[in-house]
Design a protein around this ligand. Structure first.
Ligand code: CP3
Length: 353
């Protein structure tokens, strides 16, 4: 099946494009009334994730509204710990929780290595179905959490502000932390390779909590494992390169190290200018980002100005994918996202002449 719009894949590989491609982290989600309706019909968030037809439907919803250059498969990073036996559930207003969080070295030793094609077969089915429905319109992105970010949820038992338990583990019992992270790295590698074989045309690793670590601990407990995953991924499928994007939030001091992992692109949050990030990574990787998601709370005029500012900051030439610096928030008016995407379409061609 021919890919009609390969702008995203080309930009991720720093190949020439006519305009800057755009997709949005968490583009399917609670800011869309149609998402809330489908979730209500499904019964729960987990039912949405585990029913391929519904996961496909919510993946496609943002593409019906917006001129996006990619779809991202609807799922969650916490499906991996769920199938490792931790049992994920959601409490309204409190975010994700695990019935069986990791509480001892023994819990880590006993963690199974799941057969991802079997236990996460619903994700692979959602990917194949979505590829069929997309019919080559835009590429489909697959994703996973980083081992470190997954470990924080597994050890804390849910979201955390301080990561006290996980940090205690890495400092007090580093060998157990490495056993956990090593198991996760192997499972994430299998999981992303299975997604690629099911039809994901690019993959992103979300290292949402990398920024909680010191520079040294980041190298040992997050970066190392992402580099291991990158080197274990299948990089070509259907006769095309499958680009790998690393998004380590709050880790701008680590851009050079991230660029040296062998990935194709880096997601960048809004705390650094793209101009500086580009100067630091040079020709090694493409950059994805990095508008502050809160700009979508302002009006159309502000959004237009800030999109221009972001495009200008990256400057002339190839290797930029427009995105936010983190996920879109539930309080955004979808019309403001239309304004953002229209501004990228209008303003970006002049950066590629
Ligand atoms: O980008 C997309 O559109 C694809 C879908 C996607 C979801 N989660 C759906 C979701 C993706 C890529 C994720 C990744 C994810 N999940 C991350 C990393 C990305 C990031 O934003 O940093 C993390 C840390 C999680 C874990 C997670 N899942 C949390 C903390 C929550 C609660 C979030 C909140 O804001 O309350 C979830 C639930 C979740 N995952 C929702 C969605 C749409 C909301 C659930 C709902 O509908 O009630």
């Amino acid at each position: 099946m021919e890919l009609k719009n390969d702008t995203l894949l080309r930009a991720l590989l720093r190949q020439p494009v006519d305009r800057t491609p755009v997709w949005i982290m968490r583009q399917a989600g609670r800011y869309l009334p149609e998402y809330l309706k489908t979730r209500a019909e499904a019964g729960s968030f987990m039912d949405l994730c585990q029913t391929p037809e519904l996961a496909c439907e919510v993946t496609l919803q943002p593409l019906r509204r917006f001129d996006l250059d990619a779809a991202i498969i609807f799922s969650d990073i916490l499906t991996i710990p769920d199938v490792m036996g931790l049992k994920l559930y959601f409490v309204a207003g409190e975010g994700p929780k695990f019935e069986n969080p990791i509480r001892s070295a023994d819990d880590i030793r006993k963690l199974p290595s799941p057969d991802v094609n079997e236990s996460l077969g619903y994700v692979m089915d959602a990917i194949s179905l979505t590829r069929r429905e997309l019919d080559g319109k835009v590429p489909l992105i697959g994703f996973s959490g980083s081992p470190w970010t997954l470990a924080t949820y597994m050890v804390e038992g849910g979201s955390s502000r301080t990561f006290s338990r996980t940090k205690k583990l890495i400092y007090q019992e580093p060998e157990m932390a490495h056993e956990l992270l090593g198991k996760l790295a192997n499972t994430v590698t299998d999981y992303l390779n299975a997604q690629i074989e099911s039809g994901a045309q690019a993959v992103q690793i979300f290292d949402t909590w990398g920024g909680a670590l010191s520079a040294k601990a980041y190298q040992d407990f997050s970066l190392q494992y992402m580099a291991q995953i990158v080197s274990g991924l299948k990089r070509e499928n259907e006769g095309r390169r499958v680009p790998v994007i690393l998004f380590s939030k709050g880790c701008n001091t680590q851009l050079e190290a991230l660029a040296n992992t062998g990935c194709d692109a880096l997601g960048v949050d809004w705390t650094i200018s793209l101009n500086e990030a580009r100067a630091r990574v040079g020709e090694r990787v493409a950059l994805q980002g990095n508008l502050d998601p809160a700009i979508l709370l302002a009006d159309e005029k502000v959004i237009h100005r800030e999109v221009n500012e972001t495009l200008n900051s990256f400057g002339q030439g190839n290797g930029h994918v427009f995105n936010l610096g983190h996920g879109i928030t539930p309080d955004v008016d979808p019309d403001n996202l239309t304004a953002l995407i229209n501004a990228v379409w209008e303003l970006s061609p002049s950066f590629h002449s």
